[in-house]
Design a protein around this ligand. Structure first.
Ligand code: GLU
Length: 398
């Protein structure tokens, strides 16, 4: 067997959000009572009308290849949703449907990057962004955002990071892991910068329906025709409709970029699952009351988890305005002694919590913020309460 394997592949880190969730599941299988604040995955079942649409698709024999970039029916549903919800005009031919948000992002960077092109990623960030950029031969450029600004990137911070190699900025609102949402003014300032320095905004709006702030979700591409021309909008059905396992993500972009992504996908994956596409049509076109109900539940859990964590000694968090994550600053825990050993990082805190307290949390080293933890509150209120009680018991030992 040849001994040299891909240097690029060897540099890819395994996804720790998925690894932590797998670990929590494995411990549960051993009979341990684990509370998992791990992967961001709604605990609700996929709504019944969506599952029924999938059954109907199977019965109707929709089990064959579809066009590589997705069915016309789903592209039309997405185009309408973009117009009515996001105030973005993408024709169906400008939409590419893929196997989840990660696949959409992979297509985007493969379509726009040349080796050495830089992509600005505001930190904290979702851990897959830098890996996806590197896999597409790009160079991730992390810009650390300030807690005092709710961990949001400002136009000044953005401009300071721009170089002649800047090809794109990744923007994620509502944000994973912080729950921050950007206002129209903040987005306009960032979008104007993209126009001024002529780079793309890759706008990840996967959490667009999980919004608890005043007003409503704003898509950066809706703020001016020039910003729209520089924006590639990414979303999907996973989080909004509790459809994480169905793997449907999509993009809206210029016709040219959509064609490039369609060609890439035609060789790498053919089409996304035909049954999942039929289900996604129902998700977007069918009744939206379950989205509202899930949103309401997440909103209540958010208030509970936010107030309880902030009342704990040594921990603090900024109030999330969207998504379903609480981003917890544990830097005051770092340096304390636990069972005779110094706690050296947020990763140590996460390791203690899972090993000794059966609580899975995501350490944010891979999110660009080492002494922080991410707690997903997409689990029941009872589980949240139990997990927080255990975290509190741990803190009392310090
Ligand atoms: N996006 C979710 C999360 O951040 C699911 C896991 C993953 O894809 O990383 O937890």
């Amino acid at each position: 067997m040849p001994t040299t394997l891909s240097e690029k592949a060897k540099k890819v880190k395994n996804s720790s959000t998925l690894a932590i969730t797998a670990k929590a599941k494995a411990l549960r299988a051993e009979g341990k009572d684990v509370v998992s604040f791990g992967a961001g995955e709604p605990d609700f079942p996929t709504p019944e009308n969506i599952c029924e649409a999938a059954h109907r698709a199977i019965d109707a024999g929709m089990t064959r290849y579809t066009p590589a970039s997705g069915t016309t029916e789903l592209k039309e549903a997405i185009s309408r949703k973009f117009r009515e919800f996001n105030h973005l005009e993408y024709k169906p031919s400008q939409i590419v449907i893929s196997n989840g948000g990660k696949h959409s992002l992979t297509n985007v960077f493969e379509a726009i990057l040349n080796p050495g092109d830089e992509v600005i990623i505001p930190a904290p960030f979702w851990l897959s962004y830098p890996e996806i950029v590197r896999l597409a031969d790009g160079v991730p450029v992390e810009v650390t955002c300030r807690k005092e600004n709710g961990y949001k990137l400002t136009a000044e911070e953005l401009e300071a990071a721009v170089t002649p190699r800047t090809k794109a900025l990744i923007l994620n609102t509502p944000n994973n892991p912080t729950g921050a949402v950007y206002s129209a003014e903040e987005l306009k300032a960032l979008g104007d910068m993209a126009v001024k320095h002529d780079f793309f905004v890759v706008s990840d709006e996967m959490y667009e329906n999980l919004f608890y702030a005043e007003g409503q979700h704003v898509s950066i591409g809706s703020l001016s025709p020039e910003i729209f021309a520089h924006t590639i909008t990414v979303s999907g059905v996973s989080k909004s409709y509790a459809m994480t396992g169905w793997r449907i993500g999509y993009t809206g972009s210029s016709q040219e970029i959509a064609s490039l992504m369609g060609s890439i996908q035609s060789h790498q994956a053919s089409n996304p699952c035909s049954i999942s596409q039929a289900a996604a049509v129902e998700a977007l076109n069918g009744p939206q009351d379950t989205v509202k109900a899930m949103n309401e539940a997440f909103k209540q859990r958010r208030q509970y988890i936010y107030s309880r964590v902030n009342a704990m000694p040594l921990l603090s968090a900024v109030e999330p305005q969207g998504a379903f994550y609480l981003f917890v600053d544990c830097s005051e825990v770092v340096g304390k002694t636990y069972q005779g050993k110094e706690i050296g990082s947020g990763a140590d805190v996460a390791a203690i919590l899972i090993e000794d307290y059966q609580v899975a949390v995501v350490p944010c080293t891979d999110f660009g913020f080492p002494n922080h933890l991410r707690l997903s509150y997409a689990i029941s209120q009872e589980e949240i309460a139990k997990g927080l009680d255990r975290i509190e018991s741990f803190l009392k030992t310090l």
